[in-house]
Design a protein around this ligand. Structure first.
Ligand SMILES: Cc1cc2nc3c(=O)[nH]c(=O)nc-3n(C[C@H](O)[C@H](O)[C@H](O)COP(=O)(O)O)c2cc1C
Length: 312
């Protein structure tokens, strides 16, 4: 039986730029989200934040994720052309990183649902008919307020929510606890479930519990074909071709030096779990040019051609 559900690439700072999003799209990500960008930095014209919003035309629909805590600033940021070019907006209310929380952003808003509501409604007013989602965690140290938070998102104008089923205190430890999913779904707002999802079985179980889709973060790193697996579709993934394509895409926007640096973490992810792959990744880590990264990868796959292709 085929079950239709959204397969979302979860936003990951430092990873889900236009290039990685395009590759995940190839393998069936039905929605992608940018890395989080500061609404304040955007409004102040910060060049780096704007560069982070470069997008590839194949990557659609994609939501722009913003963070902030000042309703007016957040509304102004989504009116900017760079953000308005995206198909929707996602507000980050889950980031647990101390610097972000101390500035009142990300998961700090879990502690101030009234301010969170004002941020959501201001952004919704600014984007009009475009869809708006809110991504949040279950709570700060327990999940007691999660259902009410989801209701507040709906009442304030969010079209759906993506819930990372961990608390802020948990950071990334332990396992995601989905026991509140049915209650959150029962509020009526569509829920995208997130946390530790890597298989179709897990996804179908969460859909049965009321989710409208699943968002995958870490499970997509080095394995963009996870989306095809979630959808139950056949795929063939050529690891070396993906590494080359990834670098080529990045070269459209960044200098070779920047691309080499960016590719180090991706190469480590693409080679993870392959025998002797770690040696190549370690070599890549100390590279000073893109060629010094690509050559050991090519040599590796020439030596172990069986590792080059993954299919399902
Ligand atoms: C390196 C990294 C960067 C992340 N950056 C963001 C971000 O910019 N915005 C956000 O909402 N969540 C961010 N997250 C959280 C993920 O979107 C996701 O909620 C979390 O990793 C749990 O899902 P997973 O188990 O599928 O990875 C990040 C996670 C990681 C590992």
């Amino acid at each position: 039986m085929s079950v239709e559900f959204a397969t979302v690439l979860a936003p990951m700072a430092g990873y889900t730029d236009f290039a990685f999003r395009a590759i995940c799209r190839d393998y069936g990500a039905s929605l992608t989200v940018t890395e989080m960008v500061s609404s304040k930095a955007l409004v102040m014209g910060n060049g780096l934040s704007r560069l982070m919003l470069y997008r590839d035309s194949v990557d659609k629909p994609c939501f722009c994720q913003i963070f902030g805590h000042e309703p007016d600033v957040m509304a102004a940021s989504v009116r900017l052309d760079e953000v308005a070019s995206y198909e929707g907006v996602d507000i980050n209310m889950g980031c647990p990183v101390r610097k972000i929380v101390n500035s009142g952003d990300g998961s700090a808003l879990l502690e101030d649902p009234r301010l969170a509501a004002r941020c959501i409604s201001a952004v919704k007013r600014a984007i009009g008919d475009k869809p708006l989602s809110v991504k949040f965690r279950l709570g700060v140290s327990d999940s007691g307020g999660a259902v009410d938070f989801a209701k507040m998102c709906a009442d304030s104008g969010a079209d759906f929510v993506t819930v990372h089923f961990r608390t802020r205190k948990q950071m990334y430890s332990g396992v995601a606890d989905y026991s509140l999913l049915p209650q959150i779904a029962a509020t009526g707002i569509p829920v995208i479930a997130n946390g530790d999802i890597t298989t179709r079985e897990q996804a179908l179980e969460l859909i049965n519990m009321g989710a409208k889709g699943v968002a995958v973060g870490r499970g997509a790193l080095g394995k963009p074909y996870v989306f095809a697996e979630l959808r139950g579709e056949h795929y063939r993934f050529d690891v070396m071709a993906a590494i080359e394509r990834h670098a080529e895409l990045l070269l459209k926007v960044f200098s070779e030096r920047v691309v080499a640096n960016e590719m180090k973490k991706h190469v480590a992810a693409y080679l993870k779990g392959r025998r002797n792959g770690k040696l190549v990744a370690t070599e890549a880590m100390s590279a000073h040019s893109l060629e010094q990264i690509l050559t050991p990868c090519r040599n590796f796959f020439a030596l172990y051609p069986d590792f080059r292709s993954v299919q399902g």
